[in-house]
Design a protein around this ligand. Structure first.
Ligand code: COA
Length: 635
């Protein structure tokens, strides 16, 4: 199984000093438009292929805290054979280097195929992240429509920057980042296949779409969002159109065709062929696929206590709550779906193949900012046509597929335990005060929490951005290191002095930051190992034994699958665990608090999102207490 940023990839960056984090620093002048994006992209370096020897050494070091001594010995033997001069490793390495010199990015095409399009579990929960925005101040239909109209206007405003190529270039550690993902998220959609899916992007077509799709009461509508003169509809115009849609779909549709997109990809691929056999269905689906994005105007969600509100909202954004609630009010193949609930719950769900969380969050930050602005735009007085409803002809066979999709979606929704927690005691401020990387500090708190719950360390994934390179996606930061293992074992050991504990914490945090620097500069191990394996397959060579090794499977069994997705808005992204006995943990560290979304599966008795949330809170507080009780002068 995989999850956000494909953490369990089939076998999936030069240590340097401190790499400064990502900042939006250089807005591009609006006058420099056409071709600017391409020029920027061309100026970016290519993803390097790390040296073979380096990866082999780092792989062994990464395995040390998570495998048994005899397993490690066996893996070392396999690696010695693999990397010996003139051996298979050398051959695959040269193949990879050749590929790197002939392509834009040696990894990205493979990555999208392997990590996403050939991944066959449902995109829901297993791959597509949700995003929960702060609760908006409305609680009726009118408020829902008004907010949705502003949201559409905000996305269109962002789209103008994409269309004009005036999007601010982002920087990491002073280096410009690849902006390609921004150009992939609008007007695009995943298409199911029998064995592998594909993604189409209509933004690049000669007639780019001018409409969005709106889904309300499980019924789909085409909403043209531009006037004839090319100007975007104003918020007032959009309100009028959304009201029309709502009044045309007062009753819930009994055959929620959208729920088919929650299915296992093979099942959906088969059902899809059947569905598009009908001309009307094919046209309706094409309208959804071509649309700029989908807006989901949701119905009610289960009533929950205030304490559980954000957790419930997270399930709404991640999977819709099941067939009784809003899972049918989606088209999960759509790259971007904005969700506006009727009780103020708002957010998004995105299909992961074209992009990572940060570009999506940057877009959403812009939208949220936009919705807060006062509207002063005068609407044209021209009456607008009624939005077109998309019709589907449901044959008995399709009905059976829908029923099966409902059952499976409900099982999945029941199984997912999702906890959103606002850790309100401190944020990035405290680790910074102690000269520690906040991200590394949080990761070490996660390690401590897991160790306290399970009395062992587990293979842990954190996504690292490779966007310093052209078309870069992600690599893995392996958060478990020898230093982290020593830290978690030392922390609760009554025989250890506080100074020793702080020393262990500092080393663990530094080790994590060093791995991060390595990963963001293209020198981590996971994507390189994956590349070597895929190169063997490409050259029709036997897959080397290092990839059939139990240690390799253990290394890829990420019981902690984690990601930092920072934002300006006080929101949090969420995703499911990537293995049945694992946790999914996404966090957004703000200056004085941290938003967490933690998930586990109810069918696994050894994991509990709620208990992990408590353990993370305790770990963060205990780590701060230790730092405060142990003045640095004494270290
Ligand atoms: N002392 C004081 N301050 C420090 C510090 C130290 N030792 N180390 C870092 N900081 C500061 C940084 O300057 C930064 O300051 P800011 O808040 O003013 O920006 C802040 O602490 C955060 O730095 P850090 O916590 O180290 O993390 P980061 O911002 O470098 O992020 C990653 C680390 C791994 C999250 C980032 O490199 C990355 O790859 N992000 C993309 C992940 C992704 O794609 N996720 C989505 C998957 S779908």
């Amino acid at each position: 199984m995989w999850g956000i940023c494909r953490r369990t990839v089939v076998g999936m960056s030069k240590p340097c000093g401190f790499v400064k984090p990502c900042h939006l620093v250089k807005p591009v002048s609006a006058s420099r438009v056409a071709g600017r994006y391409l020029t920027h992209q061309k100026g970016l370096p290519s993803l390097p292929v790390p040296p073979l020897q380096q990866t082999c050494e780092r792989y062994i070091t990464a395995l040390e805290p998570i495998v048994e001594v005899d397993e490690l010995k066996h893996t070392k033997e396999l690696l010695d054979e693999f990397k010996k001069a003139g051996g298979i490793g050398d051959r695959l390495q040269s193949g990879l280097e050749k590929r790197a010199s002939n392509t834009d990015n040696w990894l990205s095409e493979w990555w999208v195929q392997i990590a996403y399009l050939e991944y066959r579990l449902p995109v829901v929960v297993h791959s597509s992240p949700g995003l929960v925005l702060p609760r908006m101040k409305f609680s009726d239909k009118q408020g829902q429509i008004r907010f949705a109209a502003k949201l559409i206007a905000g996305v269109l405003d962002f789209k103008t920057m994409i269309d004009n190529e005036t999007l601010p270039v982002e920087y990491l550690g002073g280096k410009p980042l690849c902006m390609n993902q921004y150009y992939e998220v609008l007007s695009s959609c995943r298409i199911p296949g029998l064995k592998r899916d594909s993604v189409v992007n209509h933004a690049k077509s000669s007639h780019p779409p001018k409409h969005i799709t709106v889904v309300h009461n499980f019924q789909f509508f085409v909403l043209d969002v531009y006037n004839n003169d090319g100007t975007p509809l104003t918020v007032d115009q959009l309100c009028v159109q959304l009201e029309k849609i709502c009044s045309l779909s007062l009753e819930t549709c009994m055959e929620p065709v959208g729920i088919l997109t929650t299915q296992h990809r093979d099942a959906w691929g088969k059902a899809y062929l059947n569905l598009i056999n009908d001309k009307t269905n094919k046209e309706s689906i094409s309208a959804i696929q071509r649309s700029i994005f989908t807006l989901c105007l949701d119905g009610a969600m289960p009533q929950v206590s205030d304490e559980m509100y954000h957790s419930c909202a997270a399930t709404q954004m991640l999977h819709g709550g099941g067939s009784r609630w809003n899972s049918g009010n989606r088209w999960f193949d759509k790259t971007l779906q904005f969700i506006v609930g009727e009780n103020g719950a708002c957010g998004a769900n995105y299909e992961h193949a074209p992009a990572e969380g940060p570009p999506i969050v940057a877009l959403i930050d812009h939208v949220v900012e936009y919705t807060r602005k006062l509207e002063t735009v005068q609407s044209p007085k021209v009456p607008l046509p009624v939005p077109q409803k998309l019709h589907f002809n449901i044959t008995p066979e399709i009905k059976t597929d829908i029923e099966e999709a409902k059952r499976n979606m409900n099982i999945l929704a029941e199984d997912l335990d999702m906890r959103v927690m606002v850790f309100g005691h401190f944020g990035k401020n405290v680790p910074k005060l102690h000269n520690m990387s906040p991200d590394a500090f949080i990761q070490m708190a996660l390690q401590l929490a897991y160790y306290r719950m399970h009395q062992r360390c587990c293979s842990t994934y954190e996504s690292a951005s490779l966007r310093m390179y052209r078309r870069g996606r992600t690599d893995t930061i392996r958060s478990v290191s020898n230093a982290s293992a020593f830290f978690v074992k030392t922390f609760d050991d009554p025989s250890k002095q506080n100074t020793e504990k702080v020393g262990a914490m500092e080393k663990a945090v530094k080790a994590h930051r060093a791995y991060t620097n390595m990963a963001v500069t293209g020198q981590a191990i996971d994507r390189h190992l994956l590349g070597l394996k895929l190169q063997a397959i490409e050259e029709k060579l036997p897959v080397p034994d290092i990839f059939k090794d139990t240690a390799y499977s253990k290394a890829l069994h990420y019981q902690l699958s984690t990601s930092q997705v920072p934002s300006k808005t006080d929101c949090v992204m969420c995703f499911g665990p990537v293995v049945p006995n694992g946790y999914g943990v996404c966090y957004n560290p703000m200056d004085d608090h941290i938003n967490f979304a933690l998930s586990s599966f109810n069918t696994c008795k050894e994991t509990s999102a709620g208990l992990l949330a408590q353990a993370v809170t305790d770990a963060l507080l205990d780590m701060r207490r230790l730092l405060e009780q142990t003045p640095r002068a004494k270290l």
